[in-house]
Design a protein around this ligand. Structure first.
Ligand code: ADP
Length: 469
């Protein structure tokens, strides 16, 4: 389950959640070091990437020294890139000017980088003592922009303001823009809570909690649904075994039951996986595998089925062999999903081509069909969950609109990309790019891990269960 709150490391404030913007008005260096050092320490100990943007009143050596009074191994954190000390002119200024758009982009890049490198998010402190009067206006605009941005992101920031430099107007502005303000009141540190922002914080927190309860309930109920479904499928199999000479009508009904069971199995499986991905609880198991053979086998497994619909599936490759780190079960789901869509949206005598090529860093798998294509005005939404081009009750094709969003999430779990080109009435091409990286350990010869549970052809049938026979 996602961690709901983060330890701020600031005694008066306690636990906070992502998106909290704290301000501190300081009179002396000791003032801000006493707050910022334990605040950063808490981030480092809790798997956050930490960024300290300092002004002209201090330097990297002094920061490392103050931090060292609170924790051990500061140099190690710097060396492995979890803690970065950056000067204000490097961060905010280009030449002599402050550019709010560029600075916002830098924050976003750093937040993304922190996630990519396996941290939970980004914790920053930034001193504004460099701020000249001439920058005030654009800085104000920048602060409110940041405020709109951060509630959505795994980001916490502590802004430091030199009390001697701020006038009353600026002080009011600061109170407005931060959830908490730390001030020095006659030598004593005090914290003011911004009531309006705190209420918003509370509502956000409650919404996250509610969403987590929903996720848990959803996962539980989905598992509960699987059990009776497996019983139905098992009984069906027994009926087929016990009664091999059934008449045509019975055969037809048994197949309808089976196909619809498969549809439910697929839908429940997809829902469970998407819920897990949303809750950051989904792990793929990468191993070193020969991907060309894997994709070829998956394609071959659907050839016969496609032929029964008068659709030709061809496989071609420019690469003979390529071992990459991937999860074969997930690659199978991605490719089967693209193939099932290609078949679903192809007409009689349709042709589907699965083609593989590579460049230096990635392996590129394309699934191309000459089917109905995707209308231009729908192309921007098809990776969104529950998106279907044709939502009418009379639509020809069944589906829940989950497949592509799940395929995209699984490709991204491999640090890959998925995109497509499509022309209405001409066809579509979905392109998956997987990075050519190798995991620790020997290449594995077992390309399908779950073969024991179900045959590949049967798994394909489940993936294809939306296509009426
Ligand atoms: P579904 O389960 O409804 O197929 P997907 O997420 O797999 O959901 O696909 C979403 C929508 O994208 C489909 O309903 C369809 O309208 C469109 N689509 C996906 N692949 C193709 C394709 N190869 N050709 C035409 N339309 C497609």
């Amino acid at each position: 389950m996602k961690k709901l709150t983060r330890d701020s490391g600031i005694e008066d404030i306690g636990n906070i959640h992502w998106g909290t913007h704290i301000g501190q008005m300081y009179c002396s260096k000791d003032d801000f070091f006493n707050v910022a050092a334990p605040y950063i320490k808490s981030g480092l100990l809790n798997n956050e990437m930490c960024l300290w943007i300092y002004a002209q009143n201090t330097d990297e050596e002094e920061i490392a020294c103050y931090l060292g009074k609170h924790m051990q191994g500061v140099d190690r954190y710097i060396k492995r890139g979890q803690l970065k000390l950056v000067s204000y002119n490097e961060w905010y200024l280009e030449g002599d000017s402050f550019n709010e758009v560029r600075t916002c982009e830098k924050w976003i890049n750093y937040i993304n980088k922190s996630k990519e490198q396996g941290y939970d998010g980004l914790r920053a402190t930034a001193d504004t003592a460099w701020l000249e009067k001439s920058y005030f206006r654009s800085f104000e605009q920048y602060e409110s922009k940041i405020n709109k941005l951060i509630p959505e992101l795994p980001f916490i920031v502590l802004c430091l303001y030199d009390e001697n430099k701020a006038d009353k107007l600026q002080f009011a502005e600061i109170i407005n823009n931060h959830s908490y303000i730390i001030i020095n009141n006659e030598g004593k540190q005090e914290t003011i809570k911004n009531v309006e922002l705190s209420i918003k914080d509370k509502q956000l927190n409650e919404a996250i909690e509610y969403s987590n309860i929903k996720t848990e309930f959803f996962t539980n109920i989905s598992h509960e649904l699987r059990t009776p479904l497996n019983v139905i499928l098992g009984s069906l199999q027994m009926m087929k075994i016990n009664n091999p000479e059934r008449n045509e009508k019975d055969e037809k009904y048994l197949n309808i039951i089976k196909q619809n069971c498969y549809r439910l199995v697929r839908m429940i499986g997809n829902l469970i996986d998407l819920t897990k991905i949303d809750a950051d609880y989904y792990n793929i198991k990468k191993e070193n595998l020969e991907i060309v053979h894997l994709v070829e086998e998956i394609t071959r497994s659907v050839e016969e089925y496609a032929l029964s619909k008068n659709i030709n599936v061809l496989f071609s490759t420019e690469v003979d062999e390529r071992v990459i780190a991937c999860d074969p079960d997930q690659v199978e789901r991605i490719i089967l999903n693209l193939l099932s869509n290609a078949i679903k949206f192809s007409g009689d005598k349709g042709e589907i081509l699965v083609h593989m090529r590579e460049d230096e860093e990635k392996i590129i798998i394309s699934v191309k069909d000459d089917g109905i294509g995707i209308p231009y005005d729908k192309q921007s939404v098809i990776f969104e969950r529950f998106s279907q081009v044709d939502k009418s009750f009379t639509r020809k094709h069944e589906g829940s609109g989950i497949g592509l969003s799940l395929a995209k999430a699984l490709v991204e779990k491999h640090e890959g990309k998925i995109h497509f080109k499509s022309e209405p009435n001409k066809g579509s091409e979905f392109i998956v790019e997987l990075p050519c990286v190798i995991a620790d350990g020997e290449p594995s010869s077992n390309i399908f891990k779950n073969t024991k549970e179900l045959e590949l052809v049967e798994r394909a049938q489940i993936e294809f269960s939306d296509i009426y026979s």
